[in-house]
Design a protein around this ligand. Structure first.
Ligand SMILES: NC(=O)c1ccc[n+]([C@@H]2O[C@H](COP(=O)([O-])OP(=O)(O)OC[C@H]3O[C@@H](n4cnc5c(N)ncnc54)[C@H](OP(=O)(O)O)[C@@H]3O)[C@@H](O)[C@H]2O)c1
Length: 333
């Protein structure tokens, strides 16, 4: 039996779809408060038999913060994909993020050990990697350093990874994936998908700087490959291309057939600073307009995908193609 946490989110819903269409038996966690409508929408993008596929998921009500709620869910489980995490870039959420993601991952690691799970694939983020001080490509070897500019999300993902490494020391067979910004259909009102909706609605501003991007189905394929391989005790950056925000915004606007954002939201224009802040927050920068946030928002970080390509031979879909197919689904919504 395979267990998926975070199955009601963007990545988890695509993972569930992939596993079910590969004929696997899948159990998934949801909370009492979970909303399954976006998951259903994602399934209906890809299949005419969405309801039939959905009925094959064995749901367990559990909160990763409550170890007792995980007991039934872990019985008979051999493989765990841990996608659940709180994702927020609001500075006010810092304590909540660290508690949810760190303690939740610690509970998942403990349950994996207690129930003799054969392998855990933990979803981390490029936010948990160190920064490159001189603009060089960031690889899996880059060491995370405490820094005033680290967001609560980044700290929470770094500390969560530490729990997974602790699990490895205690005998757990595990792999960590560090995806860059994930693009894919559904969940239009939050996270990285929100930008599609904003551009479709005529957003006029773009920001300087750039980062790594990857299609959601490539993240899923990498995770499944790594789960089914003999690889253990390693982490992998999952990144298709490093692109400027301007380039990505332009591709999104062209795919949607709307005006290309053509006004640079420079940090020098005080009146436009909030736009920079808002746009950057969709890609993972902190929401408050601080000097540090504006400086960080103009950064370009380049992520290496050499390790995962070398080990798995994966051929990443281009971001242009990911944007074209995602926009097609947005138009259907
Ligand atoms: N999206 C990106 O660009 C990106 C990039 C790199 C890494 N990641 C990582 O990828 C993973 C999935 O991200 P996503 O974009 O799919 O996020 P998402 O759409 O916000 O989904 C988050 C999922 O986590 C679940 N969750 C959160 N706290 C939980 C708790 N205490 N107990 C049980 N379930 C809980 C949510 O359940 P509910 O439905 O109940 O809220 C939801 O299913 C996360 O680990 C994230 O850090 C995302």
């Amino acid at each position: 039996m395979i267990l998926v946490t975070g199955g009601t989110g963007l990545l988890g819903s695509h993972l569930l779809y992939f596993l079910l269409t590969s004929g696997k038996n899948v159990r998934a966690l949801k909370r009492n408060s979970s909303d399954l409508s976006e998951l259903k929408r994602v399934f209906s993008f890809y299949s005419e038999n969405a309801d039939e596929l959905l009925s094959k998921i064995e749901w367990h009500n559990a909160d990763i913060l409550i170890p007792e709620s995980l007991e039934d869910a872990f019985a008979g489980v051999s493989f765990v994909y841990h996608c659940a995490a709180m994702v927020s870039f609001n500075p006010d959420d810092k304590a909540k993020l660290i508690k949810n993601n760190l303690n939740g991952t610690a509970n998942i690691v403990d349950a994996c050990i207690q129930y003799h799970v054969k392998k855990l694939v933990h979803v981390s983020s490029t936010a948990a990697l160190g920064k490159s001080p001189d603009g060089r490509e960031v690889s899996e070897e880059m060491i995370w350093t405490p820094d005033d500019q680290n967001t609560g999300y980044s700290i929470s993902k770094f500390k969560s990874e530490m729990e997974v490494w602790r699990g490895m020391e205690e005998g757990l067979n595990m792999v960590i994936v560090n995806p860059s910004v994930i693009l894919g259909p559904g969940f239009w009102s939050k996270g990285s998908s929100l930008i599609f909706k904003k551009i479709n609605a005529g957003l006029r501003f773009y920001t300087t700087g750039g980062t790594g991007f990857v299609g959601v189905n490539d993240v899923v394929r990498s995770m499944v490959y790594l789960m089914e391989s003999d690889i253990s005790g390693e982490r992998f950056i999952i990144n298709s291309e490093n692109l400027s925000y301007k380039n990505v915004f332009t591709m999104m606007a062209e795919a949607a057939g709307v005006r290309v954002p053509n006004i640079e939201a420079t940090p020098f224009l005080g009146g436009l600073a909030w736009r920079l802040d808002t746009i950057k927050s969709w890609f993972g920068f902190p929401r408050a307009i601080t000097k540090e946030a504006i400086a960080a928002g103009r950064n370009t970080t380049i992520y290496s995908n050499k390790k995962v390509v070398g080990k798995t031979n994966i051929k990443f879909e281009s971001i242009k193609d990911v944007i074209l197919s995602t926009t097609k689904y947005l138009k259907q919504t």
